[in-house]
Design a protein around this ligand. Structure first.
Ligand SMILES: C[S@@+](CC[C@H](N)C(=O)[O-])C[C@H]1O[C@@H](n2cnc3c(N)ncnc32)[C@H](O)[C@@H]1O
Length: 309
């Protein structure tokens, strides 16, 4: 039976092998702690990577607390991405971090990677950048719950935030018009909000930010020892902002969907293309299979060292 358990919520994904009633009966029988059973009715969708659910059993709620490796993650599964299947991978990454490193976690969700790194390494600072205001709200709460005091959480698109991260602090946010309502609804407490309204941000956001907020400030002043990029479908597109933000000799963990048969060639192809386009050299340190997506396709993490050309 394929289902995920997040805290006290069980989540079933279609296609179902048996009837809904059969699943409910078996889950309730085997997993005494489960209070709610949801059926995932859609694929996870961009930009927040969340799906829609239907209640099959129990309490009508989608908020819960997941416990992994002794850490607590509060999450609303209907409003934020969260996968309990990635716990070993998060631990693997955290154990790779060396003493005193400055780490950037892009696409940080409710902060699981950042909190693992804070608790299982001696990193100096961990910056988290996340677009979904609900995820940021829970991310800030999870930092408090786990006393992960060296985690700095910022709301915004990594494209807007990372070039100016040196000038941003914990709970700052760069908010686009299209996520304004979500930001308000999430009741997120932000220190400083920079609004990008009524502009065609894909083209103009950078100019606008520079003109209105960061004039005279150096772009990519802050450089990181390590950058985590957990957005498997399109992480590579964001190398454009990761490469200028990594120190010479720094390490990037890039998640990508690759095929079982040709994953080595496919990983090389991605890095080759971007290294030519952006201008950097790389050394692949390892490629780890992290989970399955569809027959023959898996989530992989490509660990590579960046050398400036
Ligand atoms: C696959 S989830 C990973 C979340 C988290 N790292 C985890 O492992 O639970 C990807 C996250 O990236 C966020 N996201 C998508 N595009 C983004 C962007 N351009 N800038 C910042 N965050 C983004 C989504 O809202 C989502 O929370």
């Amino acid at each position: 039976m394929a289902f995920d358990i997040v805290g006290d919520i069980a989540i079933l994904k279609k296609p179902l092998k048996y009837s809904e009633e059969e699943y409910v009966r078996k889950i309730v029988e085997k997993h005494k702690g489960v209070r709610t059973i949801l059926l995932q009715e859609t694929e996870v969708e961009p930009p927040y990577r969340i799906a829609r659910y239907r209640l099959l059993y129990g309490e009508n709620r989608t908020e819960t607390i997941a416990i992994e490796y002794g850490l607590k993650f509060k999450v609303d599964v209907a409003r934020c991405y969260y996968s309990s299947r990635l716990s070993n991978e998060r631990y693997r990454i955290a154990r790779n971090v060396k003493d005193g490193e400055d780490v950037l976690v892009m696409f940080s969700g409710v902060n699981p990677y950042s909190i693992y790194i804070s608790k299982f390494s001696k990193a100096r600072t961990i910056y988290s950048v996340e677009l979904n205001p609900f995820a940021v709200k829970y991310g800030l709460e999870n930092v408090r719950l786990n006393k992960a005091n060296n985690v700095i959480t910022i709301l915004g698109d990594v494209r807007d935030v990372v070039p100016y991260i040196e000038y941003l602090s914990n709970s700052d946010g760069i908010v686009k018009e299209e996520i304004l309502e979500d930001t308000i609804e999430s009741s997120i407490e932000l220190n400083r909000v920079i609004f990008l309204d009524k502009i065609d941000y894909r083209v103009k956001a950078r100019e606008y930010l520079e003109r209105e907020f960061f004039e005279g400030k150096e772009r990519f002043k802050k450089k990181f020892d390590r950058i985590i990029m957990p957005l498997p479908k399109e992480s590579d597109l964001f190398l454009e902002v990761a490469i200028p933000a990594i120190k010479d000799g720094g390490i990037i963990h890039l998640y990508h969907f690759l095929s079982e048969e040709n994953y080595l060639e496919e990983a090389e192809k991605i890095l080759e293309e971007y290294s030519n386009r952006i201008g950097f050299e790389y050394e692949i340190l390892g490629i780890t299979r992290v989970g399955d997506i569809s027959p023959g396709v898996y989530r992989f993490c490509i660990d590579f060292k960046v050398k400036r050309t």
